[in-house]
Design a protein around this ligand. Structure first.
Ligand SMILES: Cc1ncc(C[n+]2csc(CCOP(=O)(O)OP(=O)(O)O)c2C)c(N)n1
Length: 577
């Protein structure tokens, strides 16, 4: 029987197991939304901005491992997704984005709401398609889902001209596919895997260094067994957080620009790095010339293009982290490294994370209380100090519970991602740890969360500044706070030098009223002793988002901090060290 392209798209969604689509309609996708109107098995979440839709699909995908799906219109709808695509691409998140396109005869004619989505999205997607033949639609969708969530996952765009969507054809969604030239390698080379075990045997100071690939491949369980067996100290990138319990005795914490003292020192002193599912990003390595000077590097990754891109690797292994670790496990023995373990434990004990207390609310304390009251929450973050405080001070115990924009560093990610995560995990607590700058980037999604009845908590660490940039200005620009004060008014002195004065308007967006205006719950917390009761109260909400506006110390900083261009062992440790 003949069916429209739109009908085939819905058939594809059902066969791919899609339960939720995040989207925003427009003229060129009306026929697809119309089909969804008739399809009760797929829930459509109407976000308030296309960027919100992609981040929500991203949060859904990161927290569940399933593919996030988005549907937006042509032109501005499509271009509004670019930041979300780039965010997902950097962090290897599977998303299928369907974009409307003008009818085929109009393509290239500057038609109303036309944008060359394939051209624009190419550098920020794993793959993209323009479907210019109705007969190719099913095959293309099948490929899109396969590519998005296989190998190194990533976002795939399918651009759909409206006439293709409307055209009728007698076809079915294909059951199988094969894509020429696309054959991700999952099983690592057995000989190379044996070499890992041999390298560990002779190493005196080995470390595991793990990244987001551990979550993606579902390797955290086997990885923990490997750690228990070998007793090798473990370091993670921002993306690897949660793969092993934050309070595990062998876990040294996050490495890099805001890494812990123990991780940064261990990475500098180690003689063997076993890197798994990680990119050796510049935020991790600091000055490459000073990075891990004594180390032999083993690099396991599913993406051959990632291996040895930034560092010199002696044992490269292309493969899926879980499969490689499963093969490695029987070859391993407890590492004979008592002395090394003592050294790293000493660093851990002697240089704990700074813990500031005072009359004002300290952000570290807010995150720690969140961790105590909601020990198994899914935490999303925005970008800035809030992100680093969350990474460092929340006690993560499970994989896929820390959702953060690592590679692109996208402000405005956390709140829509929390919405997506809550859609995929209705029984879990989802908390966005936010800055007062970032939260305003996608604050309109409050309406989405209210409409969907999602009890997401947004903990705003409100310092009245674009805090992370201000921290850099304080340290490297002699406290010249150019364009980072969110309270600045025309009557402020031209050079305020960062010193609060009589002219200071202690202005803040009234997040409480704003939450109220949207139909959510708003609270303001100004004293340390109010933190806990407020969080407990917020935890009681069952069907409404809660904004908690924590008015924190204006100039608190994240330490340790590695200055740009320095080696990661050359950390600034904060005031007291
Ligand atoms: C979309 C976007 N624009 C700009 C930046 C640069 N940036 C990084 S951190 C930061 C400050 C964030 O301020 P806020 O959200 O208030 O968080 P805080 O650092 O105070 O916790 C800025 C502007 C970014 N990462 N993303």
């Amino acid at each position: 029987m003949k069916k429209t392209g739109a009908k085939l798209i819905i058939e594809a969604m059902k066969k791919e197991g899609v339960e939720v689509i995040f989207g925003y309609p427009g003229g060129s996708v009306i026929p697809i939304f119309d089909e969804l109107y008739h399809e009760p098995s797929i829930h459509v979440v109407l976000t308030r901005h296309e960027q919100g839709a992609v981040h929500a699909a991203d949060g859904y995908a990161r927290s569940t491992g399933k593919t996030g799906v988005c549907l937006v219109t042509s032109g501005p709808g499509a271009t509004n997704t670019i930041t979300g695509l780039a965010t997902a691409n950097f962090d290897s998140v599977p998303i299928v984005l369907l974009t409307g396109q003008v009818i085929r005869p109009m393509i290239g004619n500057d038609a109303f709401q036309e944008a060359d989505m394939v051209g624009i999205s190419r550098p920020v997607t794993k793959h993209n398609y323009l479907v210019n033949d109705r007969a190719h639609l099913g095959q293309t969708l099948k490929e899109a889902f396969f590519i998005a969530n296989s190998g190194r996952p990533g976002p795939v765009v399918v651009d759909l001209p409206k006439d293709v969507v409307n055209e009728q054809l007698d076809d079915e969604y294909p059951e199988t596919i094969s894509i020429r030239g696309y054959n991700p390698v999952y099983v690592g080379h057995a000989g190379q895997i044996k070499k890992i075990a041999e390298a560990i045997k002779v190493s005196k100071k080995p470390v595991f260094y793990i990244g987001g690939g551990i979550h993606i491949s579902g390797a955290s369980e086997i990885f923990r067994k490997v750690v228990e067996k070998t007793k090798i100290p473990t370091i993670s990138s921002l993306m690897g957080i949660g793969a092993i319990r934050s309070d595990h005795p062998l876990y040294l914490g996050m490495v890099g620009m805001h890494g812990t003292y123990a991780s940064n020192m261990a990475m500098t002193e180690t003689d063997l790095i076993i890197g798994i599912g990680t990119r050796f990003d510049d935020r991790v390595t600091g000055d490459l010339g000073k990075f891990a000077p004594h180390a032999k590097i083993i690099h396991i990754d599913i993406d051959p293009a990632t291996i040895a891109r930034n560092v010199t690797v002696e044992i490269p292994i292309v493969g899926d982290a879980r499969q490689v670790l499963e093969k490695l496990m029987p070859l391993l023995h407890p590492a004979d490294i008592d002395e090394w373990r003592e050294i790293v434990s000493g660093w851990k004990k002697d240089y704990p994370l700074p813990d500031e207390e005072g009359k004002e609310i300290m952000p570290q304390r807010v995150v720690k209380e969140i961790s105590e009251i909601f020990p198994e929450a899914i935490i999303t973050t925005e970008v800035g100090q809030n992100q680093m405080f969350a990474a460092l001070y929340y006690n993560f115990t499970k994989p896929r519970t820390f959702l953060t924009s690592g590679g692109l560093g996208t402000m405005g990610y956390g709140f829509p991602a929390a919405i997506g995560a809550q859609m995929g995990n209705r029984n879990k607590k989802v908390i966005d740890i936010a800055g007062d700058g970032s939260i305003q980037m996608n604050i309109q999604e409050l309406a989405t969360a209210v409409q969907e009845g999602l009890p997401v908590i947004v903990a705003i660490l409100n310092n009245g500044y674009l805090g992370m940039v201000r921290q850099w200005q304080q340290i490297f620009k002699n406290s010249r706070y150019a364009a980072t004060c969110l309270m600045r008014r025309p009557e402020c002195p031209f050079h305020c030098e960062g010193k609060a004065g009589s002219w200071c308007h202690l202005y803040t967006v009234d997040f409480v009223k704003l939450a109220d205006a949207y139909g959510a719950v708003g609270m303001r917390v100004t004293k340390p002793e109010e933190i806990k009761p407020a969080l407990e109260e917020a935890g009681k909400s069952k069907d409404k988002p809660v904004f908690i506006d924590f008015i924190i110390a204006r100039e608190s900083n994240v330490f340790p901090m590695v200055p740009p261009g320095a080696g990661i062992n050359e950390m600034l440790l904060g005031k007291e060290k």
